[in-house]
Structures are given as C-alpha cells and as structure tokens.
Design a protein. Sequence first.
Length: 597
Amino acid sequence: MKALPGGREKEVYGMGKKAIGYYNVRKITSLKDMVKQSAEKFSNYDAFTLKNSQGNFYGITFRQFQDQMNALGTAMLDLGLKNAMVAVLSENRYEWCLSYLAVVNGAGVIVPLDKELPENEIHSLLTRSGAQAIVTSDSHLETILKIQKNLPDLKYVISMDAVEGDTCISLQKLVKKGQALIDGGDRRYIDAQIDPDAMNMLIFTSGTTEKSKGVMLSHKNLCHDIMAVSQLIYADPNDSILSILPLHHTYECTAGFLTMMYLGISIGFCEGLRHINKNLQEYKPSIMMSVPLILESVYSKVIKKARKEHKYTQLRFGLVIAPLLAKLGIDIRRKLFREVHENLGGNLRLIISGAAALNPKVSKALRAMGFNLLQGYGLTECSPIVTVNRMEIYNDAAVGLPLAGVKVKIDKPGSDGIGEVLVQGDNVMLGYFNNPEATAEVLKDGWLYTGDYGRIDKHGFLYITGRKKNVIVTKNGKNIYPEDIELYLNRSEYIKESLVYGVDSEDEDETKVCAQIVPNMEVIVEELGKFPLKDELEKIIAAEVKKANKKLSGYKKIQHFDIREEEFEKTTTKKIKRYVELLSLNISNLASKLKIK
C-alpha cells in the first residue's frame, strides 16, 4: 500500500506490468452523506470556481455549498415540495448543481431536462413527469412561462436569474428565506432521512418524447458509480475541472459533477462550445470530461497546424518516439508537445472520454502527447459508467474493464463472440418510469439487457460493436454492425464523419452496405492546395472507402457511398441522431434507385 498526497492510498493488485492499482475510497451511503463528508473534509477548499458578469473569478467553498443547499432545500419544503418532482432546465452553471442536490437530498425527485429541447418536447416531459416545480434560467424562462398555463401540475417556476415577480420565484430569495427558516430552528430538511433505494432522479433518455424513457435512479445507484470511478483516478483539492458537456446527461452529471465533489475538486463551467478555448485558458483545468468529437477536433487542429508549418513528418516522429522514451523513464512528452498543452490551458493531465467510441488513432496520439486518457462505456440505465480503461492497463480499441462491483457478460455470443452486453451491479437502474412493460424487457433475472452488442476478450476488455437496434441483418441472416464500419471509415483523415446503413436489393438475394460520408474538407483542401472538383473529391473518398473495405469481411464491404456537404444532426453529447438521418434517407425507397456496382 502506497501513501499518496492528500491522504489517499493506493492498493496494487497483480504483479509486473499488468498490475492494477485501486485508490482507497471513503464509503458514502447517499449524496447527502457525500456532501456532508466533503464539507467536513474539504471545508475551506473551493467546490466551484465561478466568473461574475464583470469577468472576475470567485470561489464557493464546500462548506458554503452545503449551507446554500440546506437553505434552498428548506425553502422548497416550505413551498410544499416534499416528495415532489422538480425539473431543472438551464445551461451548465452553479445554480443547476445547487438545485440538483438541494432537491435530491431531502426535498423530492430531480428531473433534469435537455436545454436543447424544443418547446413541445419540454411540455411533454413536464407533463409525463408530473413536475410541480421547475428551476430554470433566463434563456428558458419565457418558454416555461408560456407553457405553464397548459401544465396544471406545474405550481412553481423558480428563476436562477430573475428577481421575484408575479410570474416566478427568485432562487436567490429562496436561499435567503431558507436560511432564515434554519436560523429560526427549522431542521426539516437538514434532518430528513434519505432512502438510498428510492427513486430520487428521473432521467429521460435522448430521442423523441414518444420514444424517450424515464430512467429511475437512486442514491445507491449513483453512490456506487461515484465510489467505483474514484478508485481508478488520483485527484485532490489541487485539481480542477471545466464542465463542458451538458449536465442533464448522466455522464457529465455523475463523473463531471458528483464525483468531482466527492474527490474535493473545484468545478468551473464552460460558457458554450464556442468558448472552450478561451475558458480553458481562463480556468486552466487539470481534468476534463469529453466526448470523441471534441478530442478528435483537438487532434485534427494539431495535424492541420503541423501540415501548414511543414512539420507533419516531425510530428509523426515525435508521436512515435515520445512514448517509447517514456517507457524507458525519459518522459519528454509534455515538453515536446508543450504548445498543445498550453492551448488546453497548460495544466490538463487527465481526460476521460465517453458517450461514443473514440478513434484509437486519436487516443494513442493524445497519450503520446502526455495526456492520461481513460475511455469508458456506460449508459443512463447504469448511472452511467460500466467499464473504463485503466491508467496502467488499457486497450485503445476497447472500452475498458468493468468497474469494481460491476459484472458484465455477453448473452448468446455468436461464433465471433459477439452478443448483447448484460450488466449487473448496484449501479443498475430501478426501472423505467410508469413503464413496467419496457422495464420487464430489459431487467431479467438480475441483469440489465443493455441493447448494445459487444464482445469480451481473454483479458476481460469489453468491445462495443454497435446498438442492437442499429444492426443490419442481411437476407442470409448475418449481422453487420454499422458503428464498427464507421470506425474504420472515420480513421481516415479525409473523412470527417460517416453513417452506414443497409439496403435490401430488390433483384438480388443480398443486402447492400451503404454509407453517407462527410469529407474533411479542411484537410483535403490543405493537401491539394485548392478546392477539389466533384470528380476529384469522389476519387479521394473512394480510395478511403477502398482502404476500409480491405479490413472488412466480404459481406460487410461498402458497396455504395454518397458524399454530403452538411454534417449529421447530433444530440447534445455529439452523437449522430441516427434515426433522424435514416428517416430522411427514406431507405425503404432506395433499393430501386441505387445502382450499386
């Protein structure tokens, strides 16, 4: 057992190069217990680093956060919101986090909503949840006030920004009112007992409101994930994180918010994707939660700059030699790639990637540049993290090993070892809200049927091959996983993104694999020194498709592709909205139109 700064120790299991270290973690029974422990352990450290309207930075300590949480929770109880559904809708900001924990730690059930949803979908989810209150920001206040008249259950609109008026309640005034009640001896909220097994979080999955399901999570679910993730990373109050991904998504909420509070890490908030570079320079975080699109953008910019400065060969050599020297104890990675580190704030040491598959080429490059990169896999139904690559042992083509206390197995694997991924553990959801039929479909005999297909290798690493609902089943019964083929296509520097789908041929007894491809025009223009003609562009992409096909079995080979100018429509976590794009393609009518050679 090795003592480490900040009082955390690491136990090492195994021997030699394959040894895996797990950091000791403190036990928490609820998020209320977590906040209490963090307020005691990290009392005067900043839980949040915020920026005011004048651009000046200030901190809110863990102790101050706990006091404000207790005050807001007390005021909510005074409004009659005990055990009520309370929605939260805003951009990433301190008040979102305060509202979330104030609700779940003694008031009611939190219902985080996607800030990108249109008015009709917000209305639908508020109706389905039966929310009695919503906490929102100025940017959404007008929409909420407009639809409130058609929401009989919605009694209170709480504004993060506005002073109290006839139409809404001021969050700041609620905090002051709650503190006054506490000062007067009101301990209803502070002494409220938490049932760790009860639903306190209702998370709607992405998709249309008709298809989205309400995932019911408990304190037990989230605490299990928080402790398990914390066993894998070393962090202390000297660390900080910039919250970039949307907080309504369980990935960012659990890993980028709650786990950071558990570990004593200060949280800052990105002001939007357009401001990432500026915010990285301002906050200089040491930790970042990310999705592949952001990391692939970082990598592309490095490549583009190297090409522009005629240093591409030099860069490639550095990416090969730096990790080799590091293995020999000569670590020059941060020095060699100092400019990349400075562009990301200068202090970034740990990147956690999730929500979609990361191109192995990108993960290897970032690690070669001196960043610790952990890629994982999860889903909302698992609070959400299931597997993660480790610092000491990793596989860039896989999504890692199961978290401590989580079991993963493959159901009915085929000859290729691929089958549906099943998960068991305390992180698995309670079920789907008001949907026992859907719950029964995925929770069977103590296992969660994830709807993802994958395989597990002899070392225990999980590989995700695609979503069950996306699988292309050929006429002769073979399964093709479009995400797998897309990964091969997207490895090309000339391809920005792709979407693979199947079309049943009318005159032949086979299924054609087709692709929609968005070219990486920046790289192509840079390479050619001009904007390509249509024939030139098709020739370049055809060559890349041919390269991908060489790595694919015969029945998986792409037989037709189309080039499109605009990027695909995406979710807030930057995953392609596959069902929207495929619907627009109207695949059922394509078979008679495609002339596939």
